[in-house]
Design a binder for this molecule. Structure first.
Ligand SMILES: Nc1ncnc2c1ncn2[C@@H]1O[C@H](COP(=O)(O)OP(=O)(O)OP(=O)(O)O)[C@@H](O)[C@H]1O
Length: 585
């Protein structure tokens, strides 16, 4: 149980711990602030007593001391608030940095299994809850206990009976606060999850705006969004109910002790056991003694919320990083670029494998096509050979080294991929292509764009290389975006080229023209083409046919046609359809 509790905070705590030196400074400044505040109470007491005695000289001397103490208090409070602010801002920056780093270095399934909305909710509302705790609650935790203890010592020195009286009410308040705030944790965790789900719907509305309109899904999506908001609202209402009870309890606690204090204090003054100034001092001290009662429920409440938020952040931080070997050289005298040997892989071990004993070899310099119906496992093969996922069994070798041995950075440097999911960064066209090779010169970028047949468009129509392309490249057509991603891969110019549906957004004529341009530059390199269109795979050295996670045929176009097997049937079907469209539909 203890271990589980620690895990909830472990990673978040480790990151915040780096800034503890600032927190220790705040703790020391809190002690100084507490001493000053208690001495101000003593000054108030002495001023009242001097007034009652009508001792003007004493009154003036105390006033002078008061001015000195106040002139120390003001800069001290400022420095304390500043250092505390620096601690929480720095901790938050470190947390954001670690989370961003984690999103980059962790296994890809962290990104693939969570929705963007969920990440946004963790990075905004969960971090803001943690920030609230670091800023407000930690400040309360560092200041109030110290001033409380110093206050007790001072109170006993003035009147132990009055101090004892003040404490008669405290235990009841603590117990009530603890009992009432307990359900908040449960409700808050659920509310955060609901906010995540609702953010996901917003995300869908933004990314799928076109589809939503085309399929007349507005009403349906809005209904889902509205019902999500309703759930968040009801959850919020439950939390508000509990908070309202807490506030009411606090209100009663605030008034009752003051009335009782003046009753008992007045009696003590009449009996000459307390000065009038002493009574005023206890009115102030009572506030100090009661402050933790008001603050404690909030601190406990915030602690519970923070625990739930830290748990969700921890889930990201504890996700395993990508495993990488340390080999950074390929075997020069080795014949094969890619080898799969009896590879079995599933995204989820409890599900049927996506690849079931896949074996094939691709020689260096070979141009190979992997074809198969949708969902047969083609893109999964690409993910595996990039080291994004690890096979459960079998062996994968790239350029002579097994995948486990490769340093992943070096491995990925040897592979240029153009994906079917076109992604452009919301920056300039130039920068988007530059990501293929960060130290590339302008001429290299332009050359890559000429090969990808996009240079003239960029210069004449798109507003030049330094034109911002907007989020996800909305002001470009599918084909134009695809050419930009192809230019990026051409610029990278690696040993192995993977074109995963890389030219699917182009018309057949453009596709053929681009293919022959790409062929020129990839001449002598290993090329793996994943394509639905028949026209793009006819001239490759070898075609690998995959169906339902298994390789069912392998050979040249001519051999496979002569074999009259699966490939032949698919080819014939397409031929019969008399359309140069999708080979597998
Ligand atoms: N990240 C993932 N998590 C879980 N399952 C996945 C994931 N990616 C793909 N799959 C599943 O793995 C199977 C193979 O998918 P894959 O994308 O490799 O097929 P594909 O042959 O490339 O299909 P397509 O031609 O439609 O792109 C599919 O059943 C798919 O649902």
């Amino acid at each position: 149980m203890k271990k589980k509790r620690f895990i909830q905070f472990s990673e978040v705590f480790k990151i915040i711990k780096k800034n503890f030196y600032l927190l220790i400074t705040v703790a020391l400044l809190s002690i100084a602030a507490s001493l000053i505040n208690i001495s101000l109470i003593q000054i108030e007491k002495s001023l009242v007593d001097a007034g009652v005695k009508k001792d003007f000289n004493l009154f003036i001397s105390i006033l002078k001391i008061a001015l000195i103490v106040i002139s120390i208090k003001i800069p001290l409070e400022y420095i304390k608030a500043y250092v505390h602010g620096k601690f929480s801002e720095k901790s938050l920056k470190d947390l954001r940095e670690e989370i961003s780093k984690k999103l980059i270095v962790s296994e890809i399934n962290l990104i693939e299994k969570n929705t963007t909305g969920d990440f946004i909710s963790r990075l905004t509302s969960d971090l803001s809850i943690i920030n609230g705790f670091l800023t407000q609650s930690l400040n309360d935790i560092l200041y109030h206990p110290v001033v409380f203890v110093i206050g007790i010592v001072y109170g006993i020195l003035v009147s132990w009976q009055m101090t004892l009286f003040c404490f008669a009410v405290i235990p009841i308040v603590i117990l009530a606060a603890l009992y009432i705030s307990k359900p908040v944790e449960k409700f808050t965790k659920r509310q955060q999850d609901l906010v995540g789900e609702t953010n996901t719907t917003v995300q869908d509305v933004v990314t799928g705006a076109l589809l939503i309109k085309a399929f007349l899904l507005e009403a349906h999506i809005f209904k889902t969004f509205k019902s999500g908001l309703e759930k968040v609202f009801h959850q919020g209402l439950k939390i508000a109910k509990i908070s309202a009870i807490l506030e009411t309890v606090k209100g009663v606690i605030q008034v009752a002790p003051s009335i009782l204090l003046f009753l008992f204090g007045g009696y003590m003054v009449i009996k000459n056991k307390l000065t009038f100034g002493g009574l005023i001092a206890f009115a102030e001290l009572m506030n100090i003694f009661l402050a933790p009662m008001h603050i404690l429920p909030n601190v406990i409440n915030n602690y519970r919320k923070t625990k739930a938020a830290a748990l969700r952040i921890n889930e990201i931080l504890l996700h395993p990083n990508e495993m990488s070997g340390d080999l950074n050289q390929s075997k020069d005298d080795y014949d094969y670029a890619v080898e799969f040997e009896n590879v079995i892989f599933s995204y989820d071990r409890s599900m049927k494998p996506v690849l079931e004993g896949v074996s094939f070899k691709i020689k260096k310099g070979e141009k190979v096509a992997i074809v198969g119906p949708s969902g047969s496992g083609k893109s999964t093969i690409v993910k595996l050979l990039l080291g994004l996922y690890r096979a459960q069994s079998g062996q994968i070798k790239i350029l002579g080294n097994s995948l486990e041995e490769w340093n992943l950075k070096n491995l990925r440097d040897r592979i240029s991929v153009v994906n079917q999911d076109i992604f452009l960064f919301p920056t300039t066209i130039y920068e988007n292509i530059l990501y293929g090779k960060l130290d590339a010169k302008r001429e290299e970028i332009e050359e890559a764009c000429r090969i990808a047949n996009i240079h003239d468009f960029i210069i004449n129509e798109a507003g030049g290389y330094f034109k911002e392309i907007g989020e996800r490249g909305v002001n470009l057509s599918g084909g134009q975006k695809q050419r930009i991603t192809i230019a990026r891969a051409i610029l990278k110019n690696s040993d192995i080229f993977i074109l995963d549906e890389a030219t699917s957004a182009l018309d057949i004529e453009s596709e053929n023209a681009l293919q022959s341009e790409i062929e020129k530059i990839v001449n002598g390199k290993t090329v793996i083409i994943i394509a639905h269109r028949f026209s793009t795979i006819k001239n490759v050295h070898k075609i690998i046919v995959i169906d339902n996670g298994k390789i069912c045929e392998e050979g040249t176009h001519k051999e496979l046609i002569e074999k009259k097997g699966v490939y032949y049937n698919l080819y014939s079907r397409q031929f019969a359809d008399k359309m140069e469209g999708n080979l597998f539909t």
